[in-house]
Design a protein around this ligand. Sequence first.
Ligand code: ZN
Length: 219
Amino acid sequence: MTQGEIRDLPGLPKTLVDGHLRFRREEHAKNRGRYRQLAELGQAPTAMVVACCDARVDVSTVFDTEHGELFILRNVANLVPPYEPDGKYHGTSAAIEFAVQVLKVPHLIVLGHSRCGGVEAYRQKVRGKVPERGFIGSWLTMLDNLKIDESEIFEYGDETAFEFAAIRSSLTNLRSFPFIKKRMKEGLLALHGLHFDLGSGHLLALKEGSERFAAIGEP
Ligand SMILES: [Zn+2]
């Protein structure tokens, strides 16, 4: 501990303080050069990931990536709004604009997941239960008129079919951004839809050129 550092911040859980000190002692100390390089040269992530806020969807852990490798945006139900240049607060669109226009990421991934509370709130509304209100309610109106694949309900169950449909909806909305369309046309950007199963730890991916999800397995 250096002079002026405080050991326990009032109210900050001890597990977080201890975790941070462990990070500095172990991870940061081992990769000091890489951290310094990132600080000096800036970020150059290999992909942007739009994931859910859900605490169980730890993106860097799922992909076993290094510090600085992914540009991650997390929001309720991993949703991307359509392109709306209306001067309002668009946090998700701003992050996407930065990743594509400034960082020029070659891959943009929408990462959905099982047991998604956000998608479930929307599903409950569709299935005739009480609609969600407040900010979440407004946010989920983005999913209104979501197209659910009946064969996926049969194969995976109602909850998962809604999660798949929400991923497809985000991908459709991503294609409505002119700068995304342009970079895709130039072959400089690829979009991907993935679904993470919390229990098994497995990923399902939308197959290129197909609307079907398939498991990612060992080669
Ligand atoms: Zn979720």
